[in-house]
Structure formats: structure tokens, C-alpha cells
Design a protein around this ligand. Sequence first.
Ligand SMILES: [Zn+2]
Ligand SMILES: [Zn+2]
Length: 286
Amino acid sequence: MQALVWDGRELRLDTAYATPQADDATALVRVHLAGICATDLQIFQGYMGFQGVPGHEFVGEVSAGPATLLGQRVVGEINFACGRCPVCAQGLGRHCPTRRVMEILHADGSLAEYVSVPVSNLHPVPASVADEAAVFTEPLAAAFEILEQVHVQSSTDVVVLGDGKLGLLCAQVLHSTGARVCVVGKHPHKLGLLHQCGIPTAVLTDWQPRPADVVVEATGSTTGLQLAMTILRPRGTLVLKSTVATAHALSLAPLVINENTVIGSRCGRFPPALQALVHHRVAVTP
Ligand SMILES: [Zn+2]
Ligand SMILES: [Zn+2]
């Protein structure tokens, strides 16, 4: 099959990459569309030392595997858990200590004609959700993960730092709770995509920071965390979404002084994201 392959130094198109095999527990998915996100770009900076086929956002069709799934249009969760350990038994397969992770840890990704995915990771895509929307399920699920981790209500002041894809998705998900959300970014044309959703935005250079109860750091840069710490209210919560490959130093004293809570936030469950797409609660195609 054709696949993009990252060897740790360069990305190349391999026209004769070995097609993965399917079995009773693993489906072969013919990729219709694949997304690219900042994590992919971090992989090419050395994040996690990954080598192989990049890509972890996709929608496709099952072309081999269990008969009940053949021809089914699917999206797939990217953490391949063992399903047997105590962590998996708690329902936290995304944190299984022996997991493989698509494009990140010992599993090829979706920038290829086919990707192999454990059957238990696949979710059928409702017919009303087009491929162009379904391909956003993975990052949208990561945005919904915040609601599993942080209690947000209509009186909560939330600032989302970063106007990349994940920032825009997090903003819409948080806005859907009724919370007061403001998104701060560097790109007026990206921030403008949120105006139709009624979400206030500010360009970083003109922004007058106001204290926030929750700050979501989705800048993808090393400076975002520092900025986030300066706007958190005492006892406020910082949600870290960026995965940055480079190490950086900063003083954590403000977190102690303000008794802030820091929450790392990564992948989420797919069903809430698919439901949001079915009911058009989040606009992804713009
Ligand atoms: Zn991603
Ligand atoms: Zn496990």
C-alpha cells in the first residue's frame, strides 16, 4: 500500500509499504480522510521518538476483519489497551501501562491507504455525519475530555489560549455548557470562525487579561503555560492540552501561591464527540 513513513529524520511516501493484516480482534480500515494536528508536527520534532506511519485522526471503512464490521464506516480511538490489567478494569484503557498508541507508541497511523485498529477501538459513524465532519471525532473527543476532568458551570469564567484546531474545538465544547468562554489567539481569521458560534475572542496583542477560573492551554508552544499561570484566579484550574517536544524551564511558584490545580488532558471517549456531530452542537467543517 501507499503510506507516508517517518524514519526519525525525514518523511517520505512509500509506495510499497506492507499492508497490515486483520484478524478476529483487529480490523483493517481503508482510510477515507485523515486529519493532521500539531501532535503530528511535534512527532517530526522528535516527540516520543516515534518512527513509522504518522497520523491518528481518520475516518474510513472496514475492509477486512470481523464479518459484522465489513463495509462499516468507522472512526477509531487511538489508545490500544490490553483490556486485562487493573487500569483497563477501571475503564481507563487510555492509560493502560502496556498500551500502544497510534502514531505515538508502537502503532502505525492513518496517513496511509489502510490502518489496522483493534475492533474494540472502532465506533460506527452515523449516516448523517459526513466524512468531512467525522474526521474531527478524535480531536473533538479530546476537547470533551475536559468536561470529564473539570466541573464547569454557567458562572465559570474560562479562557482558552490558542486558536489552533484543538483550541477552537475546546472553546465550542466549553461554550456548550453555558460557561463564559473567551478564546485568545494570534490569528484573527481563525478566531473569526468562532464568531458565528457567539464565542468572544481576542487577539493576543490587544487582549486585556482578566482573571479566569479555568484556563485551557492549547497554544502548542512553550510560552502558553507561563501566560496561563498569570491569568488564573486563586484556586483556579489550569488544563494543559499542548504536547510540546522541547524541554523548557519555568517557575512553578505561582501555582503554589495561588493554590492552582493543574490537569493534564489528552484523549477522550468518542461517543460524546459523535453525538455532538450528529446534533450539530459543534461546527467542525469551517
Ligand atoms: Zn491530533
Ligand atoms: Zn491494560
